[in-house]
Design a protein around this ligand. Structure first.
Ligand SMILES: Nc1nc2c(ncn2[C@@H]2O[C@H](COP(=O)(O)OP(=O)(O)OP(=O)(O)O)[C@@H](O)[C@H]2O)c(=O)[nH]1
Ligand SMILES: [Mg+2]
Ligand SMILES: [Zn+2]
Length: 353
């Protein structure tokens, strides 16, 4: 296995340059449990763990390795394992606010080129949720593709596809059935050698079933939908990267129940709702709040039915959430800065003693 086949390229190599002595090797994280990982190197799969120094120096959990990361590692001389010394800068990353810990960033996956946002064409299918996932994908920096799975369960999949395309502006919407292995060829443009694709979506939509199709074998367990729905059970419990026979790198993830935004990229709202941002540009006042002002193009479009009420509601809700997430992220950055400042002043005191 070459580094290139794992997604390595000149830009990562440039970031690695300063480490390229003392026996350091680049390695790609294929699964991560707390501080322990499994990594792929050019010589194969090895277990790895962060050094104590790295854990100590990390200001937040978000700096520690996650699936998809490129890490700087060194093999132990007498053992088949590696020590991780650093994480190379992430080209893209999926972050959300950690469940339960409102002001902590949780990074779900790194260095993903494309994300397949998987929904299923049964009762899971929900336009508002797709909008939310699209925003998450935009924030990550990866290209989103909407995958509507379980086409076999829908009477008119093409109608559903058109309905989703109307909210996923400028995004490819693919309809397929993973169970029947039908329609998967539409995904080929994104499943290229050395390219990384992550599958995201709620529990039970068929992410692992699709992964198994792409791998050509039953690698991942898949769950019975009735159990998933009634007990809220997730079949997949950790994120993992696999190599497909075509050489693409695919990441399976556990179903997401909660998608709280992390980053402060307000642009992602406008990118997801280009129809609304274009309307807003036609309002008479450039700072129109679309709240009864004269000459408001948004209200006119709502009245004429050109803009769907539910989509407008979704936009407003996500925009508010985004603003909240931005304030939280900023507060968290400040507290990180404060605590490292504290560390520094404590160290300085030690030295002056
Ligand atoms: N009818 C139909 N069922 C499908 C299809 N794809 C998956 N399923 C079924 O849906 C159920 C859930 O599939 P999984 O692949 O485990 O779903 P998942 O998204 O990986 O779920 P988590 O791991 O819990 O996040 C299984 O019973 C699959 O057989 C499909 O295209 N059509
Ligand atoms: Mg799964
Ligand atoms: Zn307006």
């Amino acid at each position: 296995m070459t580094l290139e086949s794992l997604g390595w390229d000149e830009a990562f190599a440039a970031d690695f340059q300063s480490y390229s002595n003392s026996g350091f090797l680049p390695a790609r994280v294929i699964r991560a449990h707390r501080h322990a990982c499994d990594v792929f190197t050019s010589s194969g799969l090895l277990p790895a763990a962060c050094t104590g120094k790295m854990l100590h120096d990390a200001k937040t959990h978000a700096e520690l390795p996650v699936v998809g990361d490129w890490v700087v590692a060194r093999k132990r001389p007498t053992e088949a394992r590696m020590d991780i010394h650093a994480v190379l800068p992430r080209r893209t990353k999926f972050s959300r606010r950690a469940a339960g810990e409102r002001d902590k960033e949780q990074v779900l996956a790194a260095n993903v080129d494309t994300v397949f946002l998987v929904s299923s064409l049964d009762d899971n299918y929900n336009l508002r949720r797709i909008e939310r996932y699209l925003m998450l994908a935009r924030e990550s920096g990866a290209e989103p593709i909407v995958v509507l799975n379980k086409a076999d369960l829908h009477k008119a999949p093409a109608v559903a596809q058109a309905e989703v395309a109307a909210v996923a502006l400028g995004v490819t919407v693919v309809v397929l059935s993973a169970l029947e292995n039908n329609g998967l060829e539409a995904l080929e443009p994104w499943l290229q050698p050395g390219r990384t694709v992550a599958l995201l979506g709620s529990s039970g939509v068929g992410k692992s079933t699709l992964i198994n199709c792409l791998l050509g074998e039953e690698v991942q367990d898949t769950g019975d939908i009735s159990i998933v729905n009634h007990k809220g059970r997730h079949t997949t419990t950790h994120r993992e990267l696999f190599v497909t026979p075509s050489g693409a790198l695919v990441i399976d993830t556990p179903g997401m129940r909660e998608v709280q935004f992390w980053q402060s990229e307000t642009a992602s709202v406008d990118d997801t709702f280009t129809d609304i941002s274009q309307l807003a540009q036609q309002c008479r006042f450039h700072d129109c709040r679309h709240n009864g002002e004269p000459g408001c193009a948004v209200l006119a479009a709502l009245n004429s039915g050109e803009l769907d009420d539910a989509r407008w509601g979704s936009f407003q809700k996500l925009q508010l959430e985004q603003a909240y997430a931005a304030r939280k992220a900023e507060a968290s950055l400040e507290s990180v800065a404060r605590s490292s400042w504290k560390k520094l002043t404590q160290q300085a005191k030690k030295y002056t003693k």
